[in-house]
Design a protein around this ligand. Sequence first.
Ligand code: ATP
Ligand code: MG
Length: 565
Amino acid sequence: MSTTDTSTQTESSKPLNFLEQIIEKDLAEGVVPSVQTRFPPEPNGFLHIGHATSICLNFGLAERFNGQCNLRFDDTNPEKEEQVYVDAIQEDVKWLGFNWNGEVRYASSYFDQFYNWAIHLIKEGKAYVDHQNAGSMAKNRGDFNTPGVETECRKRSVEENLAEFEKMRAGEYEEGQVSLRAKIDLQNSNMNMRDPILYRIRKVPHHQTGDKWCIYPSYDFAHGQEDAIEGVTHSICTLEFQDHRPLYEWFIENLPVPSRPRQYEFARTNINYTVTSKRKLKKLVDENLVVAWDDPRMPTVSGMRRRGYTPYSIRKFSDMVGVSRSDGIADVSMLEHAIRDDLNQNAGRAMAVLNPLKVVITNLPEGEVQEMTAPAHPNKPELGERVLPFTRELYIDRADFSEDNTMSRKKFKRLVTDEYIRLRSTYVIKHEETIKDDSGEIVELRCSYIPGTVGENPPEGVRPRGVIHWVSASEGQEAELRMYDRLFTHAAPDKGDEDFMDHINPESLKVQTAWVEPSLVKAAPESSFQFEREGYFVADRYDHSAEKPVFNLTIGLKDTWAKKA
Ligand code: ATP
Ligand code: MG
């Protein structure tokens, strides 16, 4: 792998973000003995780049302050959740380079406790079973301008509520018929406090608990209590939960929980030219606009992995985005810059010819193989050398030859009729003859090599225009290249009135072949390379093999979108 392991690197020179400041103060004042965070995904889709920033934040804070971070599945919605997502999420977190504290946790493993706490609230007169359907419940809850209205159910006795709740649990009611609600305040200006739902009936099996339950806790009734059970000190979530904080605190106040976590909110990471919503990403998968959740065009962690993004680049991006209290939109070019920079420093170099034009070296006998060598990376001698067989038949790129030898040397630093060019890491060659087919298309060049020019300046009078890449025709091999580009052509594909489905880049994937040097054929899946003068590519995680090499374009050498914009 060409990735840099930076799991122990911290950016200690940067000023503290607002969460780091809070934690530092809490530790200094002894408010908490140590830091415990958690990353709480719902297993209803694959993780995307937005989640990755939340992972970096939660695990990063724990790392920085010598604390711990839990991985907890917030699995209170069985309809949309699946084991495949549970598995994929764990793999992604590990791949990003983070270790969670102890075993993976599940909200569902606390269902018995939540149930007992619901009974506790009922006994305290702080919860009741409501027989209203969703429509009348919404109506009687009022809105910002209208206070809520108390219904008869709200006045029920504790005994009656206990009996009704037991009937709910026993499956005696149908979905939507009844629910358990907290008895808080129907006049509260914060709608979340107007008797929120604690339990709903859902007659569906759960991926962890099977058929044990037909009632499931709401997010609000579950989340803070999960945090309390796990001893979470700083429960970090995105801004849309700010208005839920009073409720979060109400449960902690009113239940005999074992610890007192606190909730803090930060802004979601939004990125232009990208969609970060599991629901929308699922639609792309379900409607076959991409191959799967881990399609290299997807902004999912596994898609980016397959595309050739490194954990380091994602962590670096997360660092660049930082932690904010107000919503903003990050530029996707920052993410692209992070991976380009990492690969420039760490990816091996190799040669691949994307539009091959055959060159016959007339003064090299057929069957002769001269072994040239080149460093795997120009600045990393420790990565060793690769062997480049120089043979009579080679390929260069069509774009690297022109019959027009009147162009200035400055303007065209490639091969032209009757002139010289250096082939990367081997000889200077001289153009002698151009062979065309009946339609006038160039099919072959005949050239000769200039002995003594490997690693040496050419003799007087021999002036190569530049250096171009090449691959031996007989020793190289054909490879499939999957040329990926941004998935959306619109900078804000799902903002305002835009429908992201209307903005899919029709050219987000083009498949072509290339002729690649032998070292690439031997490459392990997931190893990254700079194909000289072409871009950064990764050997496909699943499809690449020595028999059929497959490389994915991770990112071009330069930002071509900056020019288009
Ligand atoms: P989505 O809308 O994509 O389904 P979600 O917030 O519903 O996202 P969860 O699985 O509930 O997805 O999220 C797990 C954690 O990741 C939560 O703490 C959530 O706040 C955080 N998170 C999700 N999306 C982003 C984002 N774009 N930026 C930062 N954090 C995010
Ligand atoms: Mg969610």
